[in-house]
Design a protein around this ligand. Structure first.
Ligand SMILES: NC(=O)c1ccc[n+]([C@@H]2O[C@H](COP(=O)([O-])OP(=O)(O)OC[C@H]3O[C@@H](n4cnc5c(N)ncnc54)[C@H](OP(=O)(O)O)[C@@H]3O)[C@@H](O)[C@H]2O)c1
Length: 260
């Protein structure tokens, strides 16, 4: 079996940094996105960038509708990897429904379901299918890209915050149940990350309170990728652990915002 890392949601932003980190360390990489054209374009780019490793993209969506996780497409993805003789020894659960601007009293319940179903149930489904192969192969590891909002809430993101809290419980439960199969499960908790959204809304991000961290900066994708790589490639005796990468944001009682 050829070994690889499987990274979800890796056509843009943090997912790209994660693929680049693992590929530059010599890992074969399987990645996902929802849009077939974008996945194929990104696959071509990654292959040109990293000619010495194997890189394969799959387009896959988490849900059939708000209430239903698309388990069949997860099964299909892993069956295809089996057929190709590829073993995902590491699974990085990066993709997330951000559930932006969901307001209590305004959004329908299905908006809540959509976010929880993607961020918790779909990730459980991916973990289960990956762990089945890891168990057969004698071990492996899973890394959740979680969020410091699992610890501290932010406004108008009720579903997202609940989903990230749920993800941490899921991470611990999986770590407990899968340890005996030599499968480690851990979580990286980013604070704010610079993504394309920073270029699209510079005026918003210039004053957003979460950018005022003790170290005076927010993460870039590479910071998150390094932390994930630590769990996946090192950390032999670490499972059920959380690594916060937020410039110290959550240790503050309130952000110290410079006047002017
Ligand atoms: N950005 C931040 O400031 C921040 C802060 C804390 C934690 N995080 C966490 O870090 C991770 C990456 O964040 P990011 O900002 O780089 O993410 P992003 O730009 O929002 O990208 C998320 C990825 O998830 C995929 N995705 C979204 N909904 C999906 C669905 N229903 N089914 C399958 N895939 C779906 C997207 O796929 P498509 O490419 O097909 O759209 C995209 O590739 C996430 O887990 C996020 O919660 C981010």
């Amino acid at each position: 079996m050829k070994k690889a890392v499987l990274v979800t949601g890796a056509c843009i932003n943090t997912g790209v940094a994660i693929v680049e980190k693992f590929a530059s360390e010599g890992y074969n990489v399987i990645f996902t996105g929802r849009n077939a054209e974008k996945v194929h374009a990104k696959e071509r780019e990654y292959r040109a960038q990293f000619p010495n490793v194997e890189i394969i993209g799959y387009h896959i969506d988490s849900l059939l509708d708000e209430r239903t996780v698309d388990e069949a497409s997860v099964e299909k993805l892993f069956a295809d990897l089996d057929e190709k003789g590829i073993f995902a020894e590491a699974l990085v659960l990066n993709a997330a429904d951000q559930g932006l601007g969901q307001k209590i009293f305004e959004n329908p319940l299905t908006d809540m379901m959509k976010v929880i179903n993607t961020n918790v149930v779909w990730n459980y489904c991916l973990s289960e299918h990956a762990a089945k192969r890891m168990k057969e192969q004698g071990g492996g590891n899973i890394v959740f890209v979680n969020s410091n909002t699992a610890y501290r809430a932010i406004p108008d993101r009720v579903a997202y915050v609940a989903s990230k809290g749920g993800q941490l419980g899921l991470m611990r439960a999986l770590a407990l149940d899968l340890g005996k199969y030599n499968i480690r499960v851990n979580a990286v908790l980013p604070g704010m990350i610079k993504t394309h959204r920073w270029e699209e809304r510079p005026e918003f991000y210039a004053t957003v309170p979460s950018r005022f961290t003790p170290i005076g900066d927010v993460a870039v994708g590479e910071d998150i990728a390094d932390a994930i790589y630590y769990f996946a490639a090192h950390a032999r005796n670490t499972t059920g652990a959380e690594l916060v990468v937020d410039g110290g944001n959550t240790i503050q009682l309130y952000p110290i915002i410079p006047k002017g």
